[in-house]
Design a protein around this ligand. Structure first.
Ligand code: ZN
Length: 130
């Protein structure tokens, strides 16, 4: 039996879970129930690589929601060591110091806090690796 969708999405956000195709070895993120490459339903969840490199980044100066309250912030496309590309916020570094190719690591951070209900959302962000 499949776990409920919400639970699955939560787990994906918390841990950085992707899927691996057991037929053609293709890796994908976010989670999908079939292989985007060969269409096989023979896929298995796996933990994404935590380290990668920045292949593109940009500075965001405005935001229309409270998801990322602290503007400006940097958003980057990170190519993980297992070849998966993910988008995420780059934190713990001055924007002027961010470079293409810079090694980064996935960390679990607070994404937003809902003041009325005290709900805290977690998700992954990226920090530079020495
Ligand atoms: Zn496949």
């Amino acid at each position: 039996m499949e776990p409920p969708k919400i639970w699955r999405e939560k787990r994906q956000r918390y841990l950085g879970i992707g899927v691996k195709c057991l037929d053609c070895d293709y890796k994908a993120f976010p989670l999908t129930s079939f292989c985007p490459s060969c269409g096989s339903g023979n896929v298995q969840e796996y933990k994404l690589a935590e380290k990668g490199r920045i292949i593109q980044f940009t500075q965001v100066n405005q935001t229309s929601n409270d998801m990322m309250a602290n503007v400006p912030y940097a958003i980057g496309i990170i190519e993980l060591e297992d070849g998966i590309k993910v988008t995420g916020q780059i934190v713990d570094i001055d924007y002027s110091l961010i470079e293409i190719g810079m090694p980064v690591r996935m960390v679990l951070r607070v994404l937003s806090k809902d003041g009325t209900e005290g709900l805290i959302k977690y998700g992954f962000k990226f920090i530079p690796v020495d």
